[in-house]
Design a protein around this ligand. Structure first.
Ligand SMILES: C[S@@+](CC[C@H](N)C(=O)[O-])C[C@H]1O[C@@H](n2cnc3c(N)ncnc32)[C@H](O)[C@@H]1O
Length: 269
């Protein structure tokens, strides 16, 4: 059952054993990119921050370090199992789809790989823009899952086809839970129409060789989604071959494009 019970659209389950390696893999690949986007001048000592869908909590912890003892970070998630509070870091269960923002004057609001899962994403984005203080930043980071995943090297053509078949099935499952695979491309325009300024977008993609942390994300995702993959027609044998391929030294794939968009509320004159 996905996190948050049957009323949630979120596809994965933070309580599943595979959630820990999944969240670690995301953090290890994405944290350096996120750090560059939320570093100075976005994050400053004394800032008040909200980390949405905080997952394993690494971004919230690094925010807490950056804002120092005069600042505060609130980390929220529908499942806070992997989050621990600290001196200037609060943790709260919060559903960003249905609950009002826990403040209205944040210096930084950050959401990574959350909104693309939620059918209410456009409304949520507008609400988040309204929860910024003057001059505050909203940083939204998503995978763009529209481009076909480019296999760079594979031990055989059949292996490359199997990779495409299983990853297509996984994307179909995400969509059936309400994910918008193209949402990453829309965020920039939505930040502009929410009245934010200095809006900019950067995109990151890199090769993920067999056995890498990036490739391992497909494996943990395939374990989390196994029952639905089988239901979608992927056989247990194909799943095993897919997982072997992800560890094969002769395999490499280009990652999804990671799209990081940020903008700020105009400062009071
Ligand atoms: C793919 S994980 C990303 C975790 C973290 N942001 C990261 O990038 O490392 C998505 C996170 O969003 C959380 N989430 C899903 N739906 C949510 C909702 N409606 N409100 C708040 N958090 C939600 C999940 O529980 C999960 O921790």
């Amino acid at each position: 059952m996905p996190t948050g019970g049957p009323d949630t659209e979120y596809t994965f389950d933070n309580g599943a054993p595979e959630a820990v390696p999944q969240l670690r893999a995301l953090e290890s690949f994405l944290d350096p990119i996120t750090a560059a986007r939320i570093g100075a001048p976005v994050l400053a000592p004394g800032a008040v921050c909200w980390e949405i869908g905080a997952g394993g909590g690494s971004v919230a912890r690094s925010m807490a370090e950056a804002v120092g003892p005069r600042g505060r970070v609130l980390a929220t998630d529908i499942d806070t199992a992997h989050l621990a509070p600290a001196a200037n870091l609060d943790v709260r269960r919060h559903d960003v789809r249905t609950e009002p923002p826990p403040g209205d004057a944040f210096d930084l609001i950050h959401a990574r790989l959350v909104l693309l899962h939620l059918p209410q994403r456009r409304h949520v984005l507008r609400t988040l823009a309204g929860a910024l203080g003057p001059g505050g930043w909203l940083v939204v980071e998503e995978f763009d899952c529209t481009a076909p995943l480019r296999v760079l090297t594979a031990p055989s053509d059949d292996a490359a086809k199997l990779f495409a078949q299983v990853t297509d099935a996984m994307l179909g499952i995400l969509q059936s839970h309400g994910a918008d695979l193209a949402w990453a491309q829309d965020v920039h325009a939505h930040l502009v129409s929410a009245g934010l300024v200095e809006v900019d977008t950067v995109i990151h993609s890199q090769s993920w060789p067999g056995g890498s942390v990036g490739a391992s994300l497909y494996e943990t995702n395939s374990r989390q989604l196994e029952p639905e993959l089988i239901e979608a027609g992927v056989s247990p044998g194909q799943l095993e071959a897919f997982r072997r391929l992800l560890r094969h030294p002769g395999f490499a794939v280009l990652s999804y494009q990671f799209v990081s968009t940020r903008g700020r509320r105009p400062a009071r004159r």
